[in-house]
Design a protein. Structure first.
Lengths: 272, 268
């Protein structure tokens, strides 16, 4: 549970571009653990994908591009992303709102939340993800699904009348915000595309300069393409977490609560 | 807002040689991107307009080749000096920056000079290496989101935050007015308490009823005790009443102007 008394991040409402800039500041402050968790989560998935798609690398078009490979790789990364980056979200929840970060607690929460994560983020998505049209439903309607499952840890089924469940919490959190969240989703898609292109082309340029390999083959598909995809996913995991905080700040008035607490404490000190 | 120096934020504090401290919000790459795109679009439009004018004039004079040459010189000037000249004469702003409300200043908060403006824009070519990855990584690694051009010139880009007076909300609830009239006049809220009250009243309508009471309790309970009010006093109403007494009544001249807010507004 987040503790507003021990927050390590300035609590106030922010615009989306400010959230994106703040993500860079968070990355800079927590670079080592975030990189470590990113590698831990992503490398096994990336190796698994490479093994799974090794037979699809044959060029299929006149342009010598393995389109099926590229498409399947994108789908696999999108399916795996919530699980691969879950530890990063849990770490941010701990690091920004707790006095100390406990790796054991992160591991325990990861295991505890795995069934819901697998059900909502993998099983429900697989049938629809190969069609581009419903991507908005999958990623845009309840964008903070992972954060709610991982950080709020509501039960899947209602055990008593009126109890909060994951789905009910998702409805409450996102209610009345669909317009704004859709706008943010579209901006993040555009920025994600830009970042992906920027990283991908940079890797390609570096590969060309270092190994004199300018033809789009081999490492361009097997290393640079998935690396650019995963880096983009990793960055947007952080921005999504910070956007989730921003949404809660606005909905629940955290910054007002902090002011109220501070003034209340000041009045209490004056009385005693 | 309670805060401490360890908190992650995009605000930085600058202390002037006169030992005056003030805060800036620095603009990171994502805040600056829309301004850059606006300026890029404007440069493209200016280039084509200039080229058409040059071609038209030189075409009428029968020397269209000169028009093309002039167009290339025009493109060179736009590419290298558009940002520098605007930032020199518009006090650290280009049209894009002005629209996005950001400004280039020196790292100690002073206006930039012409040399800094032109040099930081020329060095943009270095930042643009690797599809702006050099500038992006540099901004990521520096406290003030500085790209290499900024680091070389001792500049940074800050967000302009206009200070304006918070609009006084008239709550218009008879219960609030009634409770406000019963509050003891000897109690005058401090500036920080006034800010907290203003923030609460400004946002309370966006909270669910239960959450509103939960938030009001932190300040409402000690206030209720301090003002010797009964335990049945609604804490949400109490905060609204104190707000009304402090801001609305003061402005309407109903009470003597003892409060620190009588002569000044609250900064939002």
């Amino acid at each position: 549970m987040m503790q507003l008394d021990h927050y390590r991040i300035a609590i106030r409402q922010r615009s989306y571009v400010d959230v994106l800039d703040l993500a860079l500041r968070v990355l800079r402050t927590h670079a080592a653990p975030l990189t470590g968790l990113f590698i831990l989560g992503v490398v096994p998935m990336a190796l698994f994908n490479a093994y799974l798609l090794q037979n699809y690398l044959e060029p299929e078009t006149e342009l010598d591009i393995p389109l099926t490979y590229l498409w399947y790789m994108l789908l696999l990364v999108l399916i795996e992303a919530p699980l691969a980056t879950a530890a990063i979200t849990l770490y941010l929840g701990e690091a920004l709102f707790q006095k100390t970060v406990s790796p054991r607690k992160i591991a325990r929460d990861l295991i505890r939340t795995f069934p819901q994560m697998f059900f909502f983020q993998v099983l429900l998505r697989i049938p629809l993800i190969r069609f581009v049209a419903p991507w908005f439903l999958l990623f845009g309607v309840w964008p903070y699904l992972s954060e709610v499952i991982l950080l709020e840890r509501n039960p899947f089924f209602r055990r008593r009348r009126g109890a909060m469940t994951t789905i009910r919490r998702l409805r409450v959190l996102h209610r009345g915000m669909i317009g704004e969240l859709t706008g943010r989703w579209m901006v993040s898609m555009a920025l994600g595309g830009l970042l992906f292109a920027s990283w991908g082309l940079t890797f390609w340029g570096l590969g060309g300069m270092l190994f004199n390999q300018w033809e789009p083959q081999g490492p361009v598909y097997t290393v640079f393409y998935p690396a650019a995809l995963w880096l983009t996913i990793g960055f947007f995991t952080m921005t999504r977490y910070l956007s989730y905080l921003d949404l809660r700040i606005r909905r629940e008035g955290w910054e007002v609560e902090l002011l109220m607490r501070a003034e209340g404490a000041r009045l209490n000190r004056q009385r005693t | 807002m309670p805060s401490n120096g360890d908190q992650i934020d995009t605000r930085i504090e600058i202390v002037t040689p006169e030992n005056i401290a003030f805060e800036y919000r620095v603009a990171g790459p994502f805040r600056r991107l829309p301004a850059y795109l606006i300026d890029l679009g404007l440069r493209v439009v200016l280039f084509w307009l200039g080229l058409m004018v040059f071609m038209l004039i030189t075409g009428l004079l029968g020397v269209p080749g000169v028009g093309l040459g002039a167009g290339l010189v025009w493109a060179f000037l736009l590419l290298w000096f558009y940002g520098g000249l605007f930032e020199t004469f518009w006090n650290g702003q280009t049209p894009g920056k002005r629209m996005m409300q950001i400004r280039v200043v020196t790292v100690d908060g002073r206006p930039i000079n012409g040399l800094q403006a032109i040099l930081r824009n020329i060095l943009r070519t270095v930042d643009a290496i690797g599809f702006y990855q050099v500038g992006f990584v540099s901004a990521l690694l520096t406290e003030r989101f500085q790209r290499l051009g900024d680091l070389a010139c001792g500049t940074m880009v800050v967000i302009e935050e206009p200070q304006w007076l918070r609009e006084v909300l008239r709550l218009g609830d008879p219960e609030v007015t009634d409770l406000a009239a019963r509050l003891p006049y000897r109690f005058q809220p401090s500036l920080s308490l006034g800010r907290a009250l203003a923030a609460y009243v400004d946002r309370r309508a966006t909270f669910a009823w239960g959450r509103r009471l939960e938030i009001a309790r932190y300040l409402g309970e000690p206030l209720r005790e301090k003002l010797n009010l009964t335990a049945e006093t609604n804490l949400d109403l109490l905060l609204c009443a104190l707000y009304q007494r402090t801001f609305v009544a003061e402005r309407e001249g109903e009470t003597p102007g003892q409060s620190p807010f009588a002569a000044q507004g609250l900064e939002k």
